[in-house]
Ligand binder design. Structure first.
Ligand SMILES: [Zn+2]
Length: 87
């Protein structure tokens, strides 16, 4: 599992494709989780999605409505991504 995730985060399509069968199996079972409190202390919001992109799609409106952010900066995206854990 970790090997595929590492390859994917590096953007190595060759290794991902080599592990395509395993990756498909993992993708059905591994979920991504993000706790907003890891970035914004005191916030209890948490999401569990199948991909990081799905989490980011839900964190973005939360960040604007709950935390008053006016834009989703690259720094915020990377902070969210770095705090996403596989569950
Ligand atoms: Zn929050």
């Amino acid at each position: 599992m970790s090997e595929w995730l590492t390859a994917r985060s590096r953007g190595s399509t060759v290794r991902v494709s080599w592990h395509s069968n395993a990756a498909l199996t993992i993708k059905e079972h591994a979920m991504k989780s993000f706790a907003c409190g890891d970035v914004v202390p005191g916030c209890n919001a948490r999401w569990v999605c199948s991909t990081e992109d799905e989490i980011l799609a839900q964190v973005a409106p939360h960040a604007t409505s709950a935390h008053g952010l006016t834009e989703i900066s690259p720094e915020l995206v990377s902070a969210v991504r770095s705090n996403i854990v596989t569950v």
